[in-house]
Design a binder for this molecule. Structure first.
Ligand code: ADP
Length: 259
């Protein structure tokens, strides 16, 4: 399969424009903003075909390969990936480690270990899943990578409900992008239908479409300018003489008269 470059992965802005993604009927979450819509990508397919800075593997604690996306990544990268993973001494749940990508078209592979979903203690699972996204994003920044593509961490064999997992993924990525200026694109890669549906539902609640058209944006800018000009009109006139000078002239005159 021909690799897909980062630039060819559709952004949320484009998906909204093409009506492939629609505004949510539910209220947006607090702090929701369209600001990042050019920095978020969404694609359904095999993560091993993406020519991005890093792809994020849903690994297990041993980092020695497994099923699902982990198996697909190791098959596509070749045996050198496993050889490097053997040197890493595993990885804790909620943390991430980075390796070379070998035969993959991406530059690096970030291996993160998602939680096995615990429905008795969902808060623990949520904390760990947040850790996966944050630690992966931090590793990308540290390694100077500009684009990063996430598989649906924990939503396969580890049983995290897709909708809840998408909420955690979107919230964590939004909080990160609010602060970060270095990452160009964060891509969510969906594979199964249930995750496609979950992301279509959740993404618009965190990253709503920009409802202002360009003419509306221009009109808003004009209004702002007019408002600023009106405020300028209310300011007192700029003095044309130096007040110190005027005072001095008066005193001088008085002095002359008293002579
Ligand atoms: P986990 O054990 O963390 O649940 P899985 O590998 O079982 O990891 O699944 C993680 C996610 O990766 C799931 O959403 C699954 O549908 C998806 N997935 C599986 N194979 C691929 C692939 N080749 N490319 C992208 N995503 C994949």
């Amino acid at each position: 399969m021909a690799p897909i470059s980062a630039a060819d992965i559709p952004t949320l802005s484009l998906l909204y424009k093409l009506k492939k993604l629609n505004a949510s009927r539910l209220a947006p979450v607090q702090g929701a903003t369209p600001t990042h819509n050019d920095r978020i990508g969404l694609i359904r397919g095999d993560i091993t075909s993406l020519q991005v800075g890093a792809i994020v593997n849903a690994a297990n604690n041993s980092l020695l390969g497994g099923g699902g996306v982990d198996g697909a990544i190791h098959r596509a990268a070749g045996p050198s990936l496993l050889a490097e993973c053997r040197t890493l001494n595993g990885c804790q749940t909620g943390s991430s480690k980075i390796t070379s990508a070998y035969s993959l078209p991406c530059k690096k592979v970030i291996h993160t270990v998602g939680p096995i979903y615990d429905d008795i203690r969902p808060d623990n699972s949520e904390r760990a899943l947040k850790g996966c996204y944050t630690s992966s994003l931090n590793l990308a920044v540290k390694n100077g990578l500009k684009t990063i593509a996430f598989s649906g961490i924990s939503t396969g064999i580890y049983g995290y409900p897709s909708l809840d997992a998408a909420m955690v993924a979107c919230e964590t990525v939004k909080n990160f992008l609010d602060r970060d200026k270095t990452i160009d694109k964060v891509v969510f890669v969906t594979f199964e239908e249930k995750d496609v549906r979950a992301y279509n539902q959740v993404l618009p609640r965190f990253f709503p479409p920009n409802t202002k058209t360009s003419t509306e944006q221009e009109k808003a800018a004009e209004e702002q300018k007019a408002e600023a000009e009106a405020k300028v009109g209310q300011l007192p006139d700029v003095p044309t003489t130096d007040p110190a000078d005027a005072d001095y002239a008066q005193k001088k005159q008085k002095h002359e008269n008293n002579k």
